[in-house]
Design a protein around this ligand. Structure first.
Ligand code: 4AD
Ligand code: MG
Length: 478
C-alpha cells in the first residue's frame, strides 16, 4: 500500500485501476442505497472519495478512524478532488476511537487554531491547513538547500549548547541538568551554558576554513514578546561567506536565495496548492455564521501577490539606508499619509509598524534597510560611515523583518574594543577572538527566520501555526 502521492507519481491512479489506499476518514455520508467517505493520507492535499454502492460495507465508518480500502478508481479531472474509488471489498478499520462513546474531536464544526493547539496539539496535523504548512516547510528546506548546493556552500552543523550569548541581548535560556538546577548548569559543564540564540559565531569559525557555509538550526530566545512574529524556539537559516567586498555581496546572496527557492517551489506547483486550499477556506469563511470563524486570515490574492513580487525579475529589490528610511517615514507622517503609534526619530529602532509600511508603501515589495546606527546593533558588526554599521534588515510587506545580516568586524583589536564597549564579558568570547588573530578575512553573513518565511509564503497569519509544536512564554505543554 503506497501513499496517494506515490501512486499518482507512479501513474497508478488511472481510470479503472484496482487500488488500495489507506488514510484517515475526514467525513462520512450515509444514504439508503449509497454511502460516501472522504479520506486523506497526508502525502498531498488531495482527498479521495470512497463510494460504497453497498452501504453495509461502510457500517463502521466514522470521521477520524483510520482505514485501508480497496476498490476501482474513477478519475474526474475537473473536480477539486478528482479521485473516487468504488469500494468492492470489506473495508479494514485500522484504528478506532479510544472509547465507543467518545466522539472524534475534529468533527466538521469550525475550530480556531488556538483551540486546536490548546486542546488537541497531537491531532493538529490531521487538518488540511496544518498538514499543508508542514509540507510547505519540507519543500522549502529542499528548495533552499538546492540554492546553497548550486552556489558552493557547505551545509554545516554548529552546536546548540553554547557558552556565549551571540546577540548580547541577554535573551538566553540557561542549560542546567536537573540535579544542579540551583547552580544553573555550572555543575555539568563546569561553566555557564546556554541554548544558542544564533549559531553565527560558530558559523564564522567554520567559514574561515570552508569559505561558504550555511546551516538551518533551532534557535532559542527568552524574549517575553507575545506577538504573531515571535517564538521562543524557532528555526534560523544562517549563512556566512568569506572574502566579501561589501555589504551588497551579502544582500545579493539573500536576494538570490529567496528568489531561487521561491521560483523553484512555484514551478513545482507549491503556490497552486496553497491557493486552492486558501480559496476553499475563503468560501468556508464567507458562509460561516457570525462569531463562528473570526480568525484573521491572509487571502489567496495576498499570497499570490507575495510570491509574484518575490520572483519578479524586472528589478532588484530596493535598498535604502536607515537614515533614508527615517526620512521617508517622517515625510509620510508629515504629509498625512500615515499615522504611527511610535514616533519616528533618527536613533530609534524601527518598530514593526514602520517596517511593514516601508515594505508595503515605499517599496511595494521586499526592501533592504542598511546601515543602522551602531548602538542599535550587536558588537560583531563592521563599522560603516557616520556612526553606522555595515548591516541590513530585509523587510517584507505585512511581516516586517525577515532577514538580518551584516559584514563582521574582522580586526582583532577593534573587535575586542567593541566587545568591551558593549559591556559584555570578553572571557566566553576568547575562542572566537582567536579567529581574528590568525588569517582573519573580511566576511559577512545573515540569518533568516524560517517560520517567518513560512508565514510569508504560506499566508500563515500567526507564527504559532508555522511550526509543529510552538513554544512561547507560558506555553510548553506538550
Ligand atoms: O536579526 P537576528 O536577531 O540576527 C541574528 O541573530 C544574527 N546573528 C543572524 C546572523 O547574521 N547570522 O535574527 C535573525 C532572524 C530575524 O530576522 C527574524 O526573521 C528571526 O531570525 N527571528 C525570529 N523568528 C521567530 N521568533 C523569534 N523570537 C525571532 N527572533 C529572530
Ligand atoms: Mg534582527
Amino acid at each position: 500500500v503506497s501513499t496517494i502521492l506515490e501512486k499518482s507519481r507512479k501513474g497508478e491512479l488511472v481510470e479503472g485501476a484496482a487500488v488500495t489506499v489507506h488514510g484517515w476518514v475526514r467525513s462520512v455520508r450515509k444514504q439508503k442505497k449509497i454511502a460516501f467517505a472522504q479520506i486523506m493520507d497526508g502525502s498531498s492535499d488531495q482527498m479521495i472519495q470512497l463510494v460504497f454502492l453497498d452501504p453495509s460495507i461502510a457500517l463502521d465508518l466514522k470521521t477520524g478512524v483510520s482505514v485501508r480500502a480497496t476498490g476501482k478508481l474513477e478519475v474526474t479531472p475537473t473536480r477539486q478532488d478528482p479521485y473516487e474509488i468504488s469500494i468492492t471489498d470489506p473495508i479494514e478499520i485500522l484504528g478506532d476511537y479510544a472509547s465507543p462513546t467518545d466522539l472524534y474531536p475534529l468533527q466538521k464544526k469550525f475550530m480556531t487554531q488556538e483551540y486546536l493547539r490548546r486542546e488537541h496539539p497531537a491531532l493538529r496535523f490531521r487538518t488540511r491547513v496544518n498538514a499543508n504548512v508542514m509540507r510547505l516547510r519540507s519543500v522549502a528546506i529542499t528548495a533552499l538547500s538546492a540554492y546553497f548546493l548550486q552556489n558552493g556552500f557547505f551545509q554545516t552543523q554548529p552546536p546548540l549548547i553554547t557558552s556565549s550569548d551571540c546577540e548580547g541581548a541577554g535573551e538566553v535560556f540557561t542549560v542546567a541538568n536537573s540535579s544542579s538546577s540551583s547552580s544553573a548548569g555550572e555543575h555539568f559543564f563546569g561553566q555557564k551554558a546556554y541554548l544558542t540564540v544564533s549559531t553565527q559565531l560558530h558559523l564564522e569559525s567554520l567559514m574561515m576554513g570552508l569559505t561558504r557555509v550555511w546551516t538551518l538550526t533551532p534557535a532559542f530566545r527568552a524574549e517575553e514578546s507575545m506577538t504573531s512574529r515571535h517564538l521562543s524556539e524557532f528555526w534560523m537559516l544562517e549563512a556566512e561567506v568569506a572574502f566579501t567586498k561589501d555589504l551588497e555581496s551579502v544582500m545579493s546572496i539573500v536576494e538570490g536565495m529567496i528568489r531561487s527557492a521561491v521560483t523553484r517551489m512555484k514551478s513545482e506547483g507549491v503556490l497552486d496548492q496553497i491557493l486552492s486550499l486558501k480559496r476553499m477556506l475563503e468560501k468556508q469563511k464567507a458562509t460561516a455564521k457570525e462569531g463562528e470563524d473570526d480568525e484573521e486570515m491572509v487571502t489567496a490574492d495576498e499570497v499570490s501577490e507575495r510570491w509574484n513580487t518575490l520572483v519578479a525579475t524586472e528589478q532588484p529589490w530596493k535598498r535604502i539606508t536607515y537614515e533614508q528610511a527615517i526620512s521617508v517615514l517622517q515625510d509620510a507622517v508629515a504629509q498625512g499619509k500615515v499615522e504611527f503609534q511610535h514616533k519616528v526619530e533618527y536613533g530609534e529602532s524601527l518598530k514593526s509598524e514602520h517596517e511593514k509600511w516601508l515594505a508595503r508603501h515605499y517599496a511595494q515589495g521586499p526592501v533592504f534597510v542598511t546601515n543602522y546606527p551602531a548602538n542599535m546593533k550587536p558588537f560583531y558588526m563592521l563599522p560603516g560611515p557616520d556612526g553606522t554599521v555595515e548591516c541590513f534588515d530585509l523587510l517584507v510587506p505585512d511581516m516586517g523583518e525577515l532577514v538580518g545580516g551584516s559584514l563582521r568586524e574582522h580586526d582583532y583589536e577593534r573587535l575586542r574594543g567593541a566587545i568591551a564597549a558593549s559591556g559584555m564579558d570578553p572571557e566566553p568570547l576568547e575562542w572566537y577572538l582567536e579567529l581574528r588573530k590568525w588569517g582573519s578575512v573580511p566576511h559577512g553573513g545573515f540569518g533568516m527566520g524560517f517560520e517567518r518565511l513560512i508565514c510569508y509564503l504560506g499566508g500563515v497569519y500567526n507564527i504559532r501555526e508555522a511550526i509543529a509544536f510552538p513554544r512561547w512564554i507560558d506555553h510548553c505543554a506538550c
